[in-house]
Write a new protein. Sequence first.
Length: 498
Amino acid sequence: GTRQSGLPPGPPTLPLLGNLHVFPKTRAYLKFTEWAKVYGELYSLKAGPANVVILSSPRMVRECIDVKGAATASRPLLHVSELVSNNLEFSLIQYGPTWRSMRRAAHDILSQQACMRHLPIQHAEASQLTFDFLESPELFYTHIYRYTASVIVSVVYGIHCPRYHDSLVDELRQITREFQQLITPGGTPPIDIVPILKHLPERVAPWKARCRHLRARQLKLLLSLLDTCENRRKTDKRNGCFMEYILDNQDRYNLDREQTAAFGGSVIEAGIDTTAMFLQFFVACMIAYPEVQARARKDIDDVIGLNRTPQQDDIENLPYLRALINEIHRFCPIAPMGIPHASTADERIGDYMIPKGTTIVINIWGLYRNEEYFEDPDVFNPERYLQSPYGMKPGVNLTGLRSDYMFGGGRRICPGMHLAFNSITLNTMNLLWAFEFNTAKDPNTGRPIPVDPHHVTDNLLLSPEPFQCNIVPRSDKKAEMIRNQFANAKATFDLFCA
Ligand code: HEM
């Protein structure tokens, strides 16, 4: 539990425990950010004998993660992931040949260029999302989830999911929630810190049975999705989805059947919630900041006008909307602590030594609230991204910095960022073009019900707690155009059936 000399400073430790006694049980990013104000942009914690380092500035992410990427691209071992996915969960797997094969495969479907191929289905799905908002606006929260699930399941498995309560979407949602609960700190006893707990028999360790059931359920679903693609390959109904491509090019990836199934599952699990949460935050921010909504909508009206619907490349002409998207990412980062990295070699950072095997946390929340880089970081202000490309204060040396810390960094940077960007831009344009977002009224008092984007769920990933709002189409003409666009999308959906 003692902090070795050479490690960055941090809160005082206790014998054996290190800092475990003060480790936050919920909303750890808030405590990590508080500690950053005391101990600096690079500090360390002791989780028993294990070393944890917290990075809370763009400069530190550059030095530890982007520049030293070769030595900081692994992940800490997570026993739950070993039990549930045979340690094949792509986003949690350690650096090595299997990760490299998966990463190559992810690049082949998700690079900026590859994402151009997914635009037709994203466009069709976005037209369904706008239509769903029109028909049942009170269910906007779940419509968003259906949209992101269907886009990713279409891209990976070639299957369109037309409803939120589709059996496939239900099963995916339940499996993902169960896994997230198990890996959230407190979801199991501290097995990774006290490894002897791994050897407890199942009758006194109920989490083991949960992991076993989840593994069986997940494997069944993922193998059956793979079967669907294999069967489709044998017919003339191929739709060019990614799993068809992987199966056609197995030599390129060298992944066996279980690894291929796990890879597909990891991509959809990583992609559904994150993009959905962003769009839910977008709606919350539009209601909380009506003047921002009005300005973004005016720009859309100026560029797109009233006689056509938005297209993906319109975003090039909408600098304020791009700034708004960046500000939502900054203000409400979905993964406030990213996914922890682990070092595979001793690395010197300034005066400090980060030993091999250290867990490295990118404190995305704290980074975006670092006053040395961001003016009034607690104020929601999209304009900051119009004044500087990274939204940072005048005078900050921008060399080597970037605007996309919400997607992590180094070799593990989110491979889904381009698909997410296309989904986000297409839908924010559509929704602002089509609707006004207003506060809901309390039916008894008639008073507006305020929405606070920081009223969030308490999980590893942040989403706004479900909230009420009033979504109204901007005109009958637009409602008609939304219906027509959705009807025209049918031809695209027809290609994406099981
Ligand atoms: C707003 C949307 C999203 C956000 C904010 C987000 C954020 C992140 C972050 C912070 C990481 C960890 C990076 C690191 O370790 O440094 C990550 C990893 C990952 N993301 Fe995303 N993500 C989003 C959307 C997506 C989408 C749409 C997909 C899939 C289509 C996806 C797939 C993945 C995968 C597979 C990893 C693990 C990569 C690896 O470990 O090598 N993400 N994401």
